[in-house]
Each structure stands twice: as structure tokens, then as C-alpha cells.
Ligand binder design. Structure first.
Ligand code: ATP
Ligand code: MG
Ligand code: MG
Ligand code: MG
Length: 469
């Protein structure tokens, strides 16, 4: 059985043998792209290469890219711990062609890798194509020998990729693995496709058009390829499980949580182990890339991730700060592939220890209030937005932490009332701020602060600039 580290290397070596330059992962904070909160796909570092603004000395590349999807268009935070296939931090394996090879080779490379190198059984695989993409349909038939019924035409934007409102775009094809009838979920395109039975492992994007401002779509003279495969998902397949959290790397982390808390990682509280393991990775890699917990922007997303994990540590009965004690385990598992976490180990540990020490001071009292105020609320009920705001303002509970805490009972939060309370507080702050005396400067200060989102971060939400496979 191959471990995650070997699977990563197999992917990189395979494409290197096929003429691809191995390129390092770019940082989680995208360079030159203030509109994007975190790097969320392999193509992000190549955006300008695809549009032709930037030239590289190679026309084929392969990467294993660090990704965080905890904000913006792609936000998987609420899935973590509850689906088998989502993380906030994950690695995206990808091969890229910058006007070099196109659809036929991209499909052949992918099919050859998964069926010959990885030896996945063909009868477990199915693919989707964009409904108008007959070319891809025919190529899958010819190259993979797939029966028509295993090539599913999809008409939604899931199978049409766009860099923005204008610019490169094109159809995509996703490869799915069927983990078997014992797991709930239907095939792609069916009403219950959201289950964990058919899991998307690899997305191939065929950039063949340029979207013009007037609505016209031109054919690109030199079309390009962008692909993304979740390392944890392919590792799960290769390790005989449908569940990303059962792979060697994630087991090492949940096992360490079990050891420190004495609560079994496979028992009724397993969601907590998983959330802690996932958020530990996100937090460690974000700090290593220069993000520190704060009350706005990227730093607030990091703080939310950390605090959410800390509540789960508390649920597992941890009496003292726990997260920082897990850092050495993660560094042992991933430090060879990502030396930046070895270099940042001390900073990460210190940051986590401090944040957890501070948060624990208010966590228990906040949770007690949450308990009392939600007493008697049943499934479908709404928790007071005013109280959620008080928890936020006085006890440092991010809104999503409160939501997560009530989730098991099916209780939601009155988010509108929460926002009203937040807005009221902002207005009060504005009114009571004597300021610099320069009206114009003050106005700028407040609008910048609000754009950046002093609390819930909304500033980077522009779909147009969002990178994705
Ligand atoms: P899904 O539909 O399962 O949410 P996606 O279509 O949003 O996945 P893409 O944007 O196509 O994902 O990303 C390329 C690949 O990255 C996916 O095929 C999948 O293997 C992996 N991936 C995407 N999101 C996550 C995540 N949150 N955790 C782990 N792997 C992921
Ligand atoms: Mg998704
Ligand atoms: Mg998808
Ligand atoms: Mg996809």
C-alpha cells in the first residue's frame, strides 16, 4: 500500500517523465492577486501564463499545490468533519499545458496514470463531460474505451470553467471513482450526487475559448490544459477507503489526537478528531506562509479555523491547550515535502499555544451561555442573533463557531439579527470616534476597514478573480 508521500511523488515523476517541469507549490497567500483570499487551485500561480501576460521557459508543468478553501467562492469549511472528502487544507496535484498539448493528450495522460500506474479498476471509473463537448465524449470513448453509459453529459457550470467574466474558459471533464453500493450517494448529475459513494478525484479543464466582453466566445489559437486531482482523495482510493480521513497521513493526526485526549478516534466523537486534524493542517500551513491570527482579513479566517478546532479540543475534554502539541506530528508527516513547516515549526507552535491559552479564558464561559440560551431549542429552531453577537463580541466566538456548536441539534442562528447587531456596533464606533479631524481621511479609513471586513471577512469574494480548477 502506498502512502501519501509516495503517491505525491508518483504523480510528479510521471509527468516529469512526460516532459513536464516540476514546479514548487506557490504560497497560500497568492502573490500579485489581492482579490483572492487564499490559493485554492493549482492554476492560481499560472494565471498570467495562461493569459499570455507572462512567459515561462517551459510549456508543460506539474505541481503539488497547497490549497485552502475556507472563504470566497470555494468555502468547504462547513463540510469538514461531516463529509468524507472535504478539507479546508488539501494538496492539489496538477499537470498544465501552456498552449502545448490539448484535450487528447490530457485525457490520455490522465487515463494512463490512473489505470496503468495506479492500476485502478476500469469498472469503478466514470467521467463527466460538458454537454456540448462531443470531442471530449469521443476521446473518452476511443482512448479509455468507456461505454457511453459511463460518460455522463453535464449541462451545469460544474463542467464549464471560466477564469473570470472575460478571459480564458472552456469545458471540463471530471473523473469519478465509485466506492461501492454500501456508501450512500448517486452518480454525478443525479439528485443525490452529493453523497460520498461517487467521488470526484480529478478535474481536467480544457481552456479552448476566450470570453470577450461583448458576450462573444473566440476559439483560442493555442488552447491550454489545467488539471487538479485531490491528493487525499486519490490516496483514499489507493488505500482502499472512500474516506479521506482514513488515509495514513490523516490517521497519524487523528491518532495523535486520540492519544492526547484518550477519546477514541473512531467513536461517536470522530468528527471532532477530524476537524482538529484538518484545521491543524490549515493553521500550520497558513502561519508558515505568513498569516497570523487577527480580527480581519486572512488573519480572521485563520483565527476562525483555529478557534473552531479549539472548541472541538474542549469537547474531547482537553483541559489544557492541545493544538500546539500536535504540530510535531504534522511536521514529521509533511515536513519533507514542505520544508517551510519545518522552518516555521516554533512560530506555529507558539502561535497556537498563545491563541489557545487566550481563547480558553472565554471559551468555557461562552459555551455556558450558549448552553443556557439554547436550552429547549429543537431541530429547525433559530438561536438568537443578538446572543450570537454577544458571544462574538465579548467571548471571541466567531459566528461559524456558534453555528458549528448548534449544528448537531439542528439549530440554526438568526444571522440577519446577528448582522444587524454587528452593523449597530460599527455605527456606534464610527459615531464615537473623534478621528483625525480630517473628514476625508476618516471616511477612507472606515471604508477600507469595512471593505476588509473587520469581523466576517467579505472583501475577497470577487468571483471574477477566483482561481479554481
Ligand atoms: P467537489 O465537487 O467534490 O467539491 P470541486 O469540483 O469543488 O470538488 P475542483 O475545484 O474541481 O473541486 O478541484 C479539483 C480537485 O481537487 C477535485 O477533483 C478534488 O479531487 C480536489 N478537491 C476539491 N476540493 C477539495 C476539498 N475541499 N478537500 C479535498 N480535496 C478537494
Ligand atoms: Mg467543491
Ligand atoms: Mg465538483
Ligand atoms: Mg471539479
Amino acid at each position: 500500500m502506498s502512502g501519501v508521500n509516495e503517491i505525491r511523488s508518483t504523480f510528479l515523476d510521471y509527468f516529469a517523465r512526460n516532459g513536464h517541469q516540476v514546479v514548487d507549490s506557490s504560497p497560500l497567500v497568492p502573490r500579485n492577486d489581492p482579490t483572492l483570499m487564499f490559493t485554492n487551485a493549482g492554476m492560481v500561480q499560472f494565471k498570467n501564463v495562461f493569459t499570455g501576460i507572462e512567459k515561462r521557459p517551459y510549456s508543460r508543468a506539474v505541481t503539488s499545490q497547497k490549497c485552502v478553501r475556507a472563504g470566497g467562492k470555494h468555502n468547504d469549511l462547513d463540510n469538514v468533519g461531516y463529509t468524507a472528502r472535504h478539507h479546508t487544507f488539501f494538496e492539489m496535484l496538477g499537470n498544465f499545458s501552456f498552449g502545448d498539448y490539448f484535450k487528447e493528450d490530457a485525457i490520455a495522460f490522465a487515463w494512463n496514470l490512473i489505470t496503468r500506474e495506479f492500476e485502478l479498476p476500469v469498472e469503478k471509473l466514470l467521467v463527466t463531460v460538458y454537454h456540448e463537448d462531443d470531442e471530449a465524449f469521443d476521446l473518452w470513448k476511443r482512448i479509455a474505451g468507456l461505454h457511453d453509459s459511463r460518460i455522463i453529459r453535464i449541462a451545469t457550470s460544474d463542467n464549464f470553467w471560466q477564469m473570470g467574466d472575460t478571459g480564458p474558459c472552456g469545458p471540463c471533464s471530471e473523473i469519478f471513482y465509485d466506492h461501492g453500493a454500501h456508501i450512500a450517494g448517486g452518480p454525478p448529475g443525479s439528485p443525490d450526487a452529493d453523497g460520498d459513494r461517487f467521488i470526484e478525484i480529478w478535474n481536467l479543464v480544457f481552456m479552448q475559448f476566450e470570453q470577450m466582453p461583448g458576450g462573444e466566445r473566440l476559439r483560442l489559437p493555442r488552447p491550454s490544459i489545467d488539471t487538479g486531482m485531490g491528493l487525499e482523495r486519490i490516496s483514499a482510493v489507493l488505500q482502499g477507503t472512500h474516506d479521506n480521513y482514513e488515509i495514513d497521513l490523516m490517521r497519524a493526526l487523528t491518532g495523535a489526537v486520540e492519544e492526547l485526549t484518550d477519546v477514541p478516534a473512531d467513536g461517536s466523537q470522530k468528527a471532532s478528531h477530524r476537524i482538529i486534524a484538518d484545521h491543524l493542517r490549515a493553521a500550520t500551513f497558513l502561519v508558515a506562509d505568513g498569516v497570523l491570527p487577527s480580527n480581519e482579513g486572512r488573519g480572521y479566517v485563520l483565527r476562525r479555523i483555529m478557534r473552531r478546532a479549539m472548541r472541538h479540543a474542549q469537547l474531547l475534554g482537553a483541559r489544557d491547550p492541545l493544538m500546539y502539541r500536535l504540530v510535531p506530528v504534522l511536521v514529521r508527516e509533511m515536513g519533507r515535502a514542505y520544508p517551510e513547516i519545518v522552518r516555521a515549526e516554533q512560530l506555529v507552535s507558539e502561535t497556537l499555544r498563545l491563541e489557545e491559552t487566550r481563547f480558553r479564558k472565554t471559551l468555557e464561559r461562552g459555551l455556558a451561555i450558549l448552553e443556557t440560551e439554547s436550552e429547549g431549542l429543537g431541530a429547525g429552531a433559530k438561536f438568537s442573533g443578538e446572543t450570537a453577537f454577544k458571544l462574538y463580541d465579548t467571548f471571541g466566538f466567531p459566528l461559524d463557531l456558534t453555528e458549528d456548536a448548534l449544528r448537531a441539534r439542528g439549530v440554526g442562528v438568526d444571522v440577519d439579527a446577528f448582522n444587524v447587531a454587528m452593523e449597530r456596533q460599527r455605527a456606534e464606533a464610527r459615531a464615537s470616534w473623534s478621528g483625525s479631524g480630517e473628514a476625508a481621511t476618516d471616511a477612507v479609513w472606515f471604508s477600507v476597514r469595512e471593505d476588509a471586513g473587520a469581523s466576517e471577512f467579505l472583501g475577497y469574494d470577487t468571483e471574477a478573480a477566483e482561481g479554481t480548477v
